[in-house]
Design a protein around this ligand. Sequence first.
Ligand SMILES: [Mg+2]
Length: 184
Amino acid sequence: MASILLDLDGVLCDFVGRVCEIFDLNRAKIVASWPIGVSNISIAIGIPEPKMLEVINGMGDEFWIGIKLYDWADELFDFCQDLALTYILSRPTHHPTSLSGKVRWLYNWKGENFIRYNLSWYKELSSCRNSLLVDDLERNVEDFNKGDGKAILFPSYTNKRHAEFGNITIIKEEIAAWYNGCSK
Ligand SMILES: [Mg+2]
């Protein structure tokens, strides 16, 4: 059975925007000057990762709950859901509130009966026949494509598809092409 796995941060919601908010950084400026080829936000904002995580972890669930949906999140999720069973596949941090915060975020978005999520460090384990991952991290896409599934790189200023960031039409066409080509 065909299934679509959607990454959260950078695909459906604005993790970078939330980090900019709590560190009082200008998101537009950060994005405009994002170093090409860099996916690590700590490098892009010039705050060491341990320091950044210390602040995030100190906020508990509230950090995660405060992450805003991208404008296209509902459109993209509903588009996928109309094609195939659609799940959220998101990697937590080492801190337990990353897990609880992401679950609460999902409940706020989809309601407390929503169970189609997988919070895992090993996204590639979900790479099976007729599964599609949509993810903005190139490494995740490469690892997933080593399995039996297929992964599409979601356009972002953090990856090589930076020029297409925000172009949901393109990604929907690629998802539809995958669906039409898979055996269901
Ligand atoms: Mg991501």
